[in-house]
Design a protein around this ligand. Structure first.
Ligand code: SF4
Length: 324
């Protein structure tokens, strides 16, 4: 007979994947990962490139790097620690994730606050202070209603309530099991909670990417380990600056053809990336990996570069037709 509690590995993996990602988006990745690497030891011994490629498309690549580091630390220690304080020392495991694993996988009392719980509690207690400043107050309020036993079930029930009934725009108060205790509902407009501080506009940046091909291969580079999309394979780019100059940081000096641009939105800025394409007859001077264009889908490119590669492939087909 297995344990009645969920496997800490699966709880941890799902919580990491769900950071900044919807359930619908994360589910196929979770299934792929648990099929390919069924336990933390398997993930810990997987080559880093394979894990990064399997993560491609899920975004926030620092999570994938932390995922590998965490799996290796846990495997080396012989398993996940069973308490919040030790869990928080693991790479990529913050306050929420540590509390979720401690309560759901190990049955410890822990205060679990995700965006759903934040919304439910803001409405339940009609919290007037705006987020993010209200986080500590909300944390205290969740502490005040978390039972001494069964806090994992309580946490999951609160998250489910937020995901299905106390939903962002139009809370379904008529179906809510705690409606009679809800101060936000009693005031008449619960959807005004949680109150949020005014957002600063998202800055916009521009950049250049280069599709350099040679005899059916395209030049890819591995991005530096730290920074945006760190450790991922990508097309060469210039700096992502607000005023990029054409040709900036091109991998080789050849005649480039502009092939449109791709817009992408990251958490902290939006980006418009212009794509420049060229065929080269010599490969010297171009540092990187020459990847077969007909297998570009297997390169595990992050979404921005997958979109650029689609344009590059279209340019490549057009160039071949013109040359025929
Ligand atoms: S009564 Fe309405 S606003 Fe209050 S917790 Fe329930 S669904 Fe949310």
């Amino acid at each position: 007979m297995g344990s009645a509690r969920p496997d800490p590995y699966r709880v941890w993996l799902s919580e990491i994947m769900l950071q900044q990602t919807t359930v619908a988006m994360a589910r196929p990745y979770f299934e792929k990962f648990t099929y390919r690497w069924p336990d933390v030891e398997a993930l810990a011994s997987a080559p880093e490139d394979e894990v990064m490629a399997a993560w491609a498309g899920l975004g926030y690549y620092a999570r994938a790097r932390n995922l590998i580091a965490c799996a290796r630390a846990v495997a080396a220690a012989g398993g996940f620690p069973d308490n919040e304080a030790e869990l928080r020392k693991l790479p990529g495991v913050g306050r929420y994730t540590a509390a979720a694993i401690a309560s759901i996988a190990f049955g410890q009392r822990a205060i679990v606050v995700d965006a759903n719980v934040e919304r439910v509690v803001s409405r339940l207690f009609a919290v007037k202070q705006p987020l993010p400043g209200a986080r500590e107050r909300i944390y205290e309020l969740v502490d005040s209603i978390t039972p001494p036993g069964g806090s994992g079930d309580f946490a999951q029930a609160m998250m489910d309530l937020g995901a299905t009934i106390c939903i962002p725009r139009a809370p379904r108060c008529g179906h809510c099991p705690i409606a009679q205790h809800c101060a936000g509902r009693a005031e008449g407009d619960p959807a005004r909670y949680p109150i949020k501080a005014a957002k600063l506009p998202r800055p916009h940046k521009e950049g250049m990417a280069y599709w350099l091909q040679h005899q059916g291969n395209v030049l890819l580079v591995r991005r530096p380990g730290k920074g945006m999309l760190g450790g991922m394979l990508a097309l060469p780019t210039g700096l992502w600056s607000e005023q990029a100059e054409p040709g900036q940081s091109a991998p080789v000096a050849v005649e480039w053809t502009e092939a449109g641009n791709v817009d992408h939105v990251f958490t902290h800025f939006s980006l418009s990336m212009r794509l420049f394409c060229a065929e080269t007859h010599v490969t010297s001077g171009a540092a990187g990996i020459w990847w077969p264009i007909d297998r570009i889908a297997d390169a595990g490119l992050p979404t921005l570069f997958a979109k650029l590669a689609e344009r590059g492939t279209a340019w490549s087909i057009g160039a071949a037709l013109l040359a025929a």
